[in-house]
Design a protein around this ligand. Structure first.
Ligand SMILES: Nc1ncnc2c1ncn2[C@@H]1O[C@H](COP(=O)(O)OP(=O)(O)O)[C@@H](O)[C@H]1O
Ligand SMILES: [Mg+2]
Length: 696
């Protein structure tokens, strides 16, 4: 309104109403009593029209001032019904807002100026809340309390939505519109930061809902380390609404009864991946590094030997051989001897067995080498046989490695595997074993199997609840393993081209895979950096959420790596954060702007010049000062209300966003309890879901 002036002042009395009223009165007199003013009625009518227009214009200007004062002080609820969430084919709706500019900084900084304070009625709202509480229990007066609780036009002090933070940040702009992230930009990855409870997950859900409903039936994968039931329900219900319940798969560590199974070791392009995947979960740094290294080598050995012997690698088998490598050594030796010498070795082996037994009977342990004592007879015999030189396996590196492990002293060995064991124990305990190492029978029985290959090709919707609250190590181990598996699958599919030979698989069209990583710090490991890089090429767009950038530093033990990771996210959406370094991600990108400060200066000086009759001199001036400030400062980011964010998207456009709260009503659709939900899901799955059998 006041842009032509040196400084717009919106926090002031709405004086436009005064002139508006004068014009309106004039118009009234001109029409009602043209004779009084002694002007011909035609001229009176023309003048009246003119005054009316002016009156309307002035009142509108006054209204804008009032509207601004109201918006800067309070904010009504911003809600959207679940089925009204806008869905666009080529872009993602990321909240409603405006591009932040110099004038917004100016307006916001003005709210801290004492002289404008009377026009910011935040105090009034607080006072109204006080009255509301005070009167709520008193008869009759409680009616006032009731009135103050209503959010309708007749209540000027409606309860402010319980969004802590400073609503003025939203009030500085009236003209707000939908903001979007184009598809191509989404592939440049998005990072959302915000302290707990600032609305990250809510905003993420809004995006997930859109992706589920898009006509192109995009593939949506959500990792939820917290395993929150609300997110799961949203995804399930929206899948049903979108007619895609067949595409929906749940994997949830906390609810084995509804969870699909996932073969943690079954499906790899490279064997070493298994070892990396597991070893990645081991503690790092200092002494632990050596153990991690050994853990990797050992798992790798078990996997390679199993592969050579064509026996399936499962978490259970890895755990078994880590407990005792003997049986693997024995079986591998037998197989290799068979291959190399046919059955000639068997007789010699039996002889060795006899001599070991004899020696033991005589309790003459002279012949037993230290590291063999206590080992089963067959293992001792095999070792003796191979030492004699008639049958040689030492040309096989796998055998040498196995032998080396076998020779380790028990105490040394147990120290080395100490770090691997607990993890494998956890991963193979109870229900988890069933979920992570599914048996053929279980798969046949119709239980769902989560396989990334199918998910990507069939454009699935996957929810992965990791239940990190219950056990962080397991959650992060499983999450990490799944993530790595996903990346290797996605890049392979991309390399092969999407024209797979899977019946019903995606044809040549572009893959759109959107992956959401809530609480991403629980999921990152060393492999995360190459992953984010690699995955961009595979048509996958990641949205990662965490509380602060330091989360990455803690997870990766390195500031440098944290910087690399953050650098990989081209879009940043920043909710209220508690630390400066995170806020700086946005603040550092904002240009420096000038804000204007008006100072009234009034002076009065006594004069000693009595001759001209003056007693004092006074002067009055308005002085304007320019100050330079970043357009968005760190502390502004730290004052955002819940559900609001600053964002740097599309290569550096700085936006202020407000996310609508999604009102869910899924009661007609899905049962409230997870257990009942499990029943419903099962019925749905069994009804029409045999696709993986046809393809397997
Ligand atoms: N856009 C929003 N508008 C109003 N309230 C919100 C909004 N987003 C979140 N909230 C409230 O904040 C709570 C926490 O939000 P959530 O998304 O779980 O936070 P975070 O994931 O950052 O910890 C929600 O339960 C909800 O009540
Ligand atoms: Mg959350």
């Amino acid at each position: 309104m006041s842009t032509p002036y040196q400084k717009e002042v919106l926090l002031r009395p709405a004086v436009e109403f005064y002139s508006g009223m004068v014009s309106a009165t004039s118009a009234f007199f001109l029409i009602a009593m043209p004779g009084l003013l002694m002007i011909p009625w035609t001229i009176a009518y023309v003048a009246a029209t003119f005054f009316t227009i002016i009156a309307i214009y002035d009142c509108y200007r006054g209204y804008v001032i009032l509207r601004y004062r109201r918006a800067i002080s309070r904010q009504g609820p911003f809600e959207i019904r679940s089925h009204k969430v806008p869905v666009y084919e080529d872009r993602l709706y990321i909240g409603t807002g405006f591009e932040w500019g110099q004038r917004h900084t100016q307006r916001y900084l003005d709210t801290f100026d004492d002289k404008y304070l009377p026009f910011i009625k935040k105090q009034e709202f607080h006072f109204a809340r006080g009255i509301q509480r005070l009167f709520s229990k008193i008869p009759l007066l409680s009616l006032i309390s009731y009135y103050l609780r209503q959010t309708w036009v007749l209540n000027p002090w409606p309860p402010v939505a319980p969004l802590s933070g400073d609503v003025s940040l939203n009030g500085v702009e009236h003209h707000q519109s939908k903001a979007f992230l184009p598809k191509s930009d989404r592939r440049q990855h998005t990072y959302m930061a915000g302290a707990t409870g600032t609305g990250k997950t809510e905003a993420m859900e809004l995006m997930v809902v859109q992706d589920i409903h898009r006509k192109s039936r995009d593939c949506v994968i959500v990792f939820d380390p917290k395993g929150s039931a609300s997110l799961l329900k949203t995804m399930y219900a929206e899948s049903i609404l979108a007619g895609r319940e067949e595409d929906f798969t749940v994997f949830h560590l906390g609810f084995p009864e509804i969870s699909a199974m996932y073969n943690a070791t079954g499906n790899f392009s490279r064997i070493t991946e298994v070892s990396s995947r597991l070893a990645n979960q081991l503690p790092d740094g200092g002494d632990s590094s050596a153990f991690k290294e050994f853990g990797w080598q050992f798992i790798n050995l078990v996997v390679r030997v199993s592969d050579e012997m064509t026996i399936p690698v499962t978490l259970v088998s890895i755990r078994k051989y880590i407990g005792d490598v003997g049986p693997l050594y024995l079986n591998y030796s037998k197989m290799s001897l068979d291959r190399k010498y046919g059955s000639t070795w068997v007789e010699w082996f039996n002889d060795e067995i006899r001599s070991v037994v004899e020696a033991e009977e005589k309790s003459n342990n002279r012949a037993v080498i230290g590291y063999l004592s206590g080992r089963p007879v067959e293992e001792q015999a095999m070792h003796n046989l191979l030492r004699k030189g008639q049958f040689v396996l030492s040309d096989s590196q796998l055998f040498l490695d196995l032998e080396e492990v076998l020779k380790m002293s028990a105490s040394h060995y147990s120290k080395l595997v100490a770090s691997v064991r607990p993890l494998l124990d956890k991963l193979t305990a109870g229900q988890l074993e069933l979920m992570m190492s599914p048996s053929e029978a279980e798969i046949e029985s119709g239980r769902r199997l989560l396989e990334w290959e199918q998910v990507i090709r069939k454009k699935g919707i996957v929810y992965i609840g990791l239940d990190a609250m219950a056990d962080f190590t397991v959650a992060s181990a499983v999450g990490n393993a799944m993530l790595m598996d996903f990346v290797s699958t996605a890049s392979r599919i991309y390399k092969e081209g999407v024209l797979g030979d899977t019946p019903g698989g995606i044809q040549s069209e572009e893959i759109a895979v959107w992956m959401y990583l809530d609480e991403v710090d629980a999921l990152v490991g060393d492999e995360f950096i190459p992953m984010v890089n690699k995955i961009r090429g595979a048509g996958v767009g990641i949205v990662a959420l965490s509380q602060a950038v330091q989360d990455f530093e803690v997870a990766l033990n390195s500031v440098a790596k944290q910087k690399v990771i953050i650098g990989n996210f081209n879009n940043v959406i920043m909710f209220r954060v508690r630390n400066k370094e995170t806020a700086a991600l946005i603040a550092d990108q904002s240009p420096t702007v000038r804000v204007l400060q008006l100072t009234d200066i009034t002076t009065a000086t006594d004069t000693d010049n009595m001759l001209d009759g003056s007693l004092f001199k006074s002067s009055n001036e308005d002085r304007s000062t320019n100050t330079e400030t970043p357009m968005i400062t760190e502390w502004m980011v730290m004052r955002l209300p819940i559900g609001q964010a600053f964002a740097s998207v599309e290569g550096g456009r700085l936006m202020k966003l407000h996310y609508p709260f999604r009102v869910r009503d899924y009661r007609q659709l899905i049962p409230d309890s997870i257990v009942e939900m499990a029943g419903q899901m099962e019925r749905r799955y069994r009804a029409g879901n045999d696709w993986y059998k046809q393809i397997a």
